[in-house]
Design a protein around this ligand. Structure first.
Ligand code: BV8
Length: 247
């Protein structure tokens, strides 16, 4: 039987029962919305060096340069819309309710824009900022950010502390409680769906093998599949394949 058919059956069995579906997404799910990926053709890390822009050392050395990079990405993502892949996962959640979680490596907010309620952002969000001293998180898209060429980086208007993007940079730990939740949902699921990630970045890349070892059916959706421990590979764009898989 073809993998799509078998993957659909695995998902249908969860819908009919009481099992759990855990989803891990990466940049590829947003590619069809127009968000550049990181490592493929046209990827951000092809043009920019991650260590110059997405590390705490880079921010300490040149906060303006790092803010310019994130502001460029905020401007790029702001007008973009979720695609049928995001929407298919939101529709699946409508059926499964609290029996489904999306853990995303993306910081673009497009799962939430598609209507998914249970989304956990492993690597933070483009739309939040964090105080360098207090650690306070600002959940506000409207904080004025410096324009390119502006010598300022954003500061908290009350305390004056410098603000940084609320994202996880290379070399920084993920939120430990969030990572623990991701591991629990991964070990406890019947179906683990891994979509649009090159499985290069840890600890997220360790989740699919963890699910496989715990006995889950692992379904990968990616035109260039990369995960290990996969049961069914659906090789193609998620905007086309997720609606077929989830309907
Ligand atoms: C940590 C920030 C510990 C926000 C990102 C060896 C050497 C050096 C370091 C390490 C090492 N081994 C492990 C590490 C650690 C490191 C790591 O994994 N490095 C790798 C690269 C070797 N990890 C970390 O540093 C993590 N922290 O380990 O902390 C610690 C513990 C205690 C105390 C201190 C420290 C933190 C990692 C977080 C990094 N932050 N981003 C931002 O600016 O965006 S990572 C970056 O990659 C992205 O943000 C993204 O979230 C992440 C994953 O990328 P993908 O989503 O997979 O995207 P990619 O472009 O690679 O792939 C796209 C895929 O989509 C492709 O497969 C393609 O085929 C597919 N696709 C394309 N079109 C479609 C599609 N799929 C479906 N449909 C389509 N249409």
């Amino acid at each position: 039987m073809e993998p799509m058919k078998r993957a659909r059956e695995a998902l249908r069995a969860v819908k009919a029962g009481e099992g759990i579906v855990t989803v891990l997404t990466g940049a590829g799910i947003s590619a069809e919305s127009g968000v550049p990926t990181f490592r493929g053709a046209g990827g951000l890390w092809r043009e920019h060096r991650a260590q110059d822009l997405a590390t705490p050392e880079a921010f300490a050395k040149d906060p303006q340069l790092v803010w310019d990079f994130y502001e460029m990405r905020r401007e790029l993502v702001q007008p973009l819309e979720p695609n049928p892949g995001h929407r298919a996962l939101a529709a699946l959640e409508q059926q499964l309710g609290d029996r489904m979680r999306i853990f995303t490596q993306n910081i673009d907010g497009l799962h939430q824009a598609a209507g998914s309620q249970h989304v956990e952002e492993l690597h933070g969000s483009l739309w939040r900022l964090r105080g360098m001293d207090s650690g306070r998180v600002f959940d506000d898209r409207t904080i004025p950010l410096p324009r390119s060429g502006d010598p300022l980086v954003p500061r908290c208007q009350e305390s004056g502390e410098m603000l940084r993007p609320h994202v996880v940079w290379f070399g920084e730990p993920l939120d430990s409680e969030l990572l623990h939740r991701a591991q629990l949902w991964t070990e406890g699921c019947e179906v683990f769906l891994i979509v649009g990630t090159s499985s290069n970045v840890y600890p997220a890349a360790g989740l699919a093998p963890l699910a496989a070892n715990a006995g889950a059916t692992v379904i990968e959706v990616n035109p260039d599949p990369a995960a290990s421990g996969v049961t069914f590979t659906l090789a193609g764009p998620s905007g086309e394949l997720l609606p077929k898989l989830c309907e």
